[in-house]
Design a binder for this molecule. Structure first.
Ligand code: HEM
Length: 451
């Protein structure tokens, strides 16, 4: 019998918490608390009907297990139920869990080789120029809807801003970026992951082929030139990983932060009156509503005995439950201080050798997004009739599907959108007969028509 979030009892015969139900999406914290009460640091979970795993819900356990690379591997080919044919080929979670030859799924020397290529490529990015582009782009996106008096902050702002920054950083043309986002959203939603993954790889391979012919001043070309000698297949896999890893959680952090501003008057007042600066406010969001709540996944190489006498079998998928773990720390004695706004000891960027290599970039994008939005639309409020928040169904991410707001219509402040600054994007493919289109403008007008 699964843990029923409406039921205060957790019985001995209750093996799995269901991480896919609307009840779980509505109040995951309650389910985390009950998992911890019933099982301790790691609890059995059902990721979608028929897909079993474990969720680590304890802070110290995540820290210890992420550092214990002898016991916990990232290589999903060890996944016991998948190897035994117990996971259906059309399981939605496969998009995020299936092995890929990239840094996230690599262990030991291979991980170090790939990670060096990724961090060196990130290191060459001009951070001042990227920050300036991010700020101009945030202004321009708000210009796109500020006269209307209403907007969907998730669809029209939070998802588009990191995408545009990634597009520029990796030298994508806009059409590739737009197709990439649509496919990424399908992977993260754990829906039709086979087709969405194939589309992601198709787009990435087109980009890699163009960059081989015409290298540019961008992170894709730097990955290709790195002395680690990545093959085209490896570069393609890292584009899929890094752009996905960059866009999705950053968009979710912005969305979750804006929602917290809208629903929590004290939080909003603290920022508006300067008691808390925007960067510290985001740390608060990272503690309490982090974007990644059950990802990545680790696989024990041998059976792991647990303190409650249970055994976690070798090859079980072990989801890193950062949200639950942050909560376990925030609830500990002196937890209020631990989870205070300026405290960065949350686990939301991971811990150990795979810890997020782009924390500063992610923080910069989210801080800029929130700062510009609050300055431009200080009166913003939830749109009339906006129902309960709509969370995308995922055991891995805390991700809003929509965030409709209304505000007093404003005049735009910029004349030129930054994404039009380069008349011909560097890998536009004109030479290959692909026409240059104002695809971002198309995307934005499409978003507006949807409303
Ligand atoms: C708010 C935004 C972000 C959050 C919350 C976040 C969080 C994380 C987490 C939890 C991990 C896994 C740590 C582990 O496995 O132990 C990770 C890994 C990673 N992240 Fe981020 N991330 C964010 C933004 C970004 C951005 C903007 C990029 C790239 C431009 C990025 C690139 C990566 C990469 C490449 C890895 C894999 C590192 C490895 O396996 O060694 N992330 N991130």
């Amino acid at each position: 019998m699964p843990i029923d979030p409406e039921d205060d009892r957790v019985t001995d015969g209750c093996p799995y918490a269901e991480l896919y139900t609307p009840e779980f999406q509505r109040d995951p914290k309650r389910v985390y608390d009950r998992m911890r009460d019933a099982y301790g640091p790691a609890a059995p979970a059902m990721l979608e009907p028929g897909v079993r795993g474990w969720l680590v819900v304890d802070y110290a356990t995540i820290v210890a297990w992420c550092r214990d690379t002898a016991t916990f591997s990232r290589d999903a080919r060890r996944w016991n139920d998948w190897r035994d044919g117990l996971v259906s080929d059309d399981a939605g979670v496969l998009g995020m869990m299936e092995y890929r030859p990239n840094v996230l799924f690599a262990d030991g020397d291979e991980h170090r080789r790939l990670r060096r290529a990724v961090t060196d490529a990130f290191g060459k990015v001009d951070s001042a120029e990227t920050a300036a582009y991010t700020a101009r782009t945030a202004e321009a996106l708000i210009d796109g809807f500020c006269q209307l008096g209403e907007a969907d902050i998730v669809e029209e702002y939070a998802r588009v801003l990191p995408l545009l920054v990634m597009n520029r950083m990796f030298g994508f043309d806009e059409e590739s970026g737009r197709r990439f986002t649509a496919a990424l959203a399908a992977v993260v939603d754990a829906a039709d992951s086979g087709r969405a993954n194939a589309e992601l790889e198709r787009i990435a391979s087109e980009i890699v082929a163009r960059k081989r012919k015409h290298p540019g001043d961008d992170a894709t070309s730097w990955l290709m030139e790195h002395r680690a000698g990545l093959s085209d297949e490896e570069v393609l896999q890292h584009l899929v990983l890094v752009v996905g890893a960059g866009v999705e959680p950053t968009a979710d952090l912005i969305g979750n932060a804006v929602r917290m501003v809208l629903i929590d008057p004290e939080f909003r007042g603290d920022i508006a009156e300067g008691r808390v600066d925007v960067e510290d406010a985001l740390e608060h969001v990272l503690w309490h509503e982090p974007p990644m709540v059950g990802y990545p996944v680790m696989f024990p190489v041998s059976d792991v005995p647990l303190a409650n006498g249970a055994v976690m079998p070798a090859g079980s998928p072990v989801l890193l439950g950062y949200a639950a773990a942050n909560r376990s720390m925030a609830g500990a004695p002196s937890g209020e201080a631990a989870a205070g706004t300026a405290n960065r000891a949350h686990l939301s960027f991971g811990v150990g050798p795979h810890r997020c290599p782009a924390q500063d970039l992610a923080t910069m994008i989210a801080t800029t997004a929130l700062r510009v939005l609050l300055r431009r639309l200080p009166e913003m409020r939830p749109a009339a009739g906006a129902a309960e928040p709509e969370w995308r169904p995922s055991p891995f991410a805390r991700s809003l599907a929509r965030l409709p707001v209304s505000f007093t219509p404003q005049a735009p402040v910029q004349e030129e959108a930054p994404w039009k600054e380069r008349a011909v994007p560097p890998d536009s493919g004109e030479e290959d007969g692909v026409p240059v289109r104002e695809t971002l403008s198309d995307l934005l007008s499409m978003l507006r028509r949807k409303r």
